[in-house]
Design a protein around this ligand. Structure first.
Ligand SMILES: Nc1ncnc2c1ncn2[C@@H]1O[C@H](COP(=O)(O)OP(=O)(O)OP(=O)(O)O)[C@@H](O)[C@H]1O
Length: 556
């Protein structure tokens, strides 16, 4: 049983120029324990998602037992998906059901097991992960403690008995005793299928691993045993990863004249080596090794990472660099002008003006706008089809259909103008631009403080919701083994997506409210904040264009 990646490359879906993984090739054998390490953002989670069939690489191939995971361009082989169990960081966040039994049922459903086999697997998984017997099947998962919830989430994956267990940062946020317990469970599993762990916790996992893959900015820069890696600390330093304790201890021991190898992965091995070194030193009355001896060479501290100097931030192109106040104004004038149109000719002029505003936007932004436009087009077709239906006598009124088309098209142009504003302006700037305008209303005693607070809150939440949606949709696709297009979710998986998403959002809202209370931020302070926006010549030109566009729309 093997999994093989050949020249795998992944780019950001909407920005092919941004590479996440590059030319990754390796083969893992049955029963092996492999660690994926690398600096934050080096591509470890992305690689796990690619290996488990959740993310399709743009280049290269992935095969399990020489069978490709991806059968069709955007569809993974459902049988292959069943062979993987992927646990995400903080797996307890994925719980959603009313009872523990339902959590197991959701994870096991794709396997279509007989009742006896299903019960046996649940018994085995709970035996391994629930030593205190708290997993009563009718109990709510939300009545468990945080640690117990994590055990339950792991148990639901263990119960699927995957050939390949892939774990993303399994020790994140765990106390020392829980880490030891997790390690014990993983040790018991060694030999039964392959295990791949993405981690920053080198000390915990090095003794367990057969092999370590080091990623640096999406590239595989090391593939070897943990011992080999400890003997080559410069690889870790270059990849921006800290040294494991064994390598650090070897450096520190060398400083006090005791030479021990840097690849003693457990405290027991290190203790024996120190004892042996001390005995040898005592019997030979040896002094500290001089520079250039073997021991000193072993213990040379690694040079700090040689990273290229960070590139200066790219200047913001076109629309992106303009003052949000000018953009708000352009948007308002375009929206008001468009809503005033009554004929197709003048609506076409408005649409052309909005279309011009898309010039110069990055491809990734245009990709996002295209998706919104496609969804709206489908909505429009359905609405027009329904709007024209007549029942007595049964028929279709072209006039009704046509006027609905006009109204919805007009709305579409305004929606596109809104998309342009939202996507060409960072959220913080959008809020600042709006607050700038509201400040004048506040000064004339209009009650706009709460509105300003609500707007700030909503705009802060939009990117958060989008990020969380992506994260939780990935989780339900992994749990539900859904062979669907990346980014889409089956209807039956919606509860498993929505419940954790809402819980996560409530939690974030609570944290944000507490933070705002502590900083004593309310709508009034937001309005009275110092304005950091800078009006430039380009903004004046934009406002003049906006006024010309508005006048054009008024008189066409
Ligand atoms: N859908 C996406 N769109 C844009 N960028 C993305 C996307 N997914 C991942 N990235 C970026 O790809 C890079 C690799 O992310 P990944 O989560 O794989 O890193 P990681 O090594 O697991 O990081 P960490 O150790 O912090 O968990 C990051 O810079 C991340 O911001």
């Amino acid at each position: 049983m093997s999994i093989a990646l050949k020249e795998v490359g992944v780019t950001v879906p909407d920005s092919p120029e941004v590479t996440l993984l590059q030319n990754i090739s390796f083969m893992l054998q049955e029963g092996s324990v492999t660690l994926l390490i690398g600096h934050a953002g080096s591509g470890k989670s992305t690689l796990l998602q690619v290996m488990s069939g959740l993310l399709k690489p743009q280049t290269g191939t992935i095969t399990v037992d020489e069978q490709p995971i991806w059968l069709k361009p955007m569809k993974a082989d459902p049988k292959q998906l069943l062979r993987f169990g992927l646990t995400f960081q903080f797996p307890e966040q994925q719980l959603f059901a009313r009872s523990i039994a339902q959590e197991f049922a959701y994870s096991l459903r794709p396997y279509k097991l007989e009742k006896e086999e299903r019960d046996r697997r649940i018994r085995e998984a709970t035996h391994a992960l629930d030593p205190r017997g708290v997993f009563a099947m009718d109990r709510s998962p939300f009545a468990l403690s945080g640690g117990e919830q994590r055990r339950l989430a792991l148990a639901t994956t263990f119960a699927t008995a995957p050939d390949w267990l892939l774990m993303d940062e399994p020790t994140a946020g765990l106390e020392a005793a829980a880490v030891r317990e997790l390690l014990r469970m993983l040790r018991e599993r060694v030999g039964r299928g392959g295990l791949v762990v993405a981690t920053h916790d080198l000390d915990t996992f090095f003794p367990l691993a057969d092999r370590v893959l080091v990623l640096d900015h999406g590239e595989l820069v090391f593939d070897g045993s943990p011992q080999e890696l400890c003997r080559a600390p410069e690889v870790l330093a270059r990849a921006g990863v800290g040294l494991p304790s064994c390598a650090e201890a070897s450096v520190e021991m060398a400083r006090v004249g005791i030479a021990i190898a840097p690849d003693l992965l457990t405290p027991a091995l290190a203790a024996s080596a120190i004892l042996a070194a001390l005995r040898e030193a005592g019997s030979a009355s040896a002094s500290a090794p001089a520079a250039g001896t073997d021991a000193a060479r072993v213990a040379q501290p690694p040079r700090p990472a040689q990273r290229p100097a960070p590139e200066p931030p790219a200047p913001q192109a076109g629309w992106l660099g303009l003052d949000p106040r000018a953009k708000w104004l352009l948007y308002l004038l375009l929206a008001i002008g468009t809503m005033g149109q009554q004929g197709w000719g003048s609506l076409a002029v408005a649409a052309a003006l909005v279309g011009c505003s898309f010039l110069g936007l990055p491809r990734s932004v245009l990709g996002g706008i295209r998706k919104i436009a496609t969804s709206y087009a489908i909505f429009l077709i359905f609405s027009v089809a329904l709007a024209g239906i007549q029942f007595s006598p049964l028929g279709y009124s072209v006039d009704n259909g046509w006027s609905t088309t006009f109204i919805l098209t007009r709305l579409f142009v305004v929606l596109m103008a809104g998309c342009w504003l939202a996507m060409s302006t960072p959220y913080s700037q959008l809020v600042q631009g709006l607050n700038w305008a509201l400040k004048y209303l506040y000064k004339v005693k209009l009650p706009v403080a709460s509105f300003s607070l609500a707007v700030s809150f909503v705009f802060r939440f939009i990117p958060l919701i989008m990020r969380e949606w992506q994260q939780f949709s990935m989780i339900v696709r992994a749990r539900g083994k859904a062979s669907v297009r990346p980014g889409s979710v089956r209807v039956r998986d919606i509860p498993a997506l929505v419940v954790p998403l809402l819980l996560g959002m409530f939690h974030k809202a609570e944290q944000m409210t507490v933070a705002m209370e502590m900083k004593q931020i309310d709508g009034t302070t937001l309005l009275l904040r110092k304005n950091t926006l800078e009006w430039e010549r380009g903004d004046t030109i934009l406002v003049v264009i906006a006024l010309i566009a508005w006048v054009l729309l008024l008189f066409t």
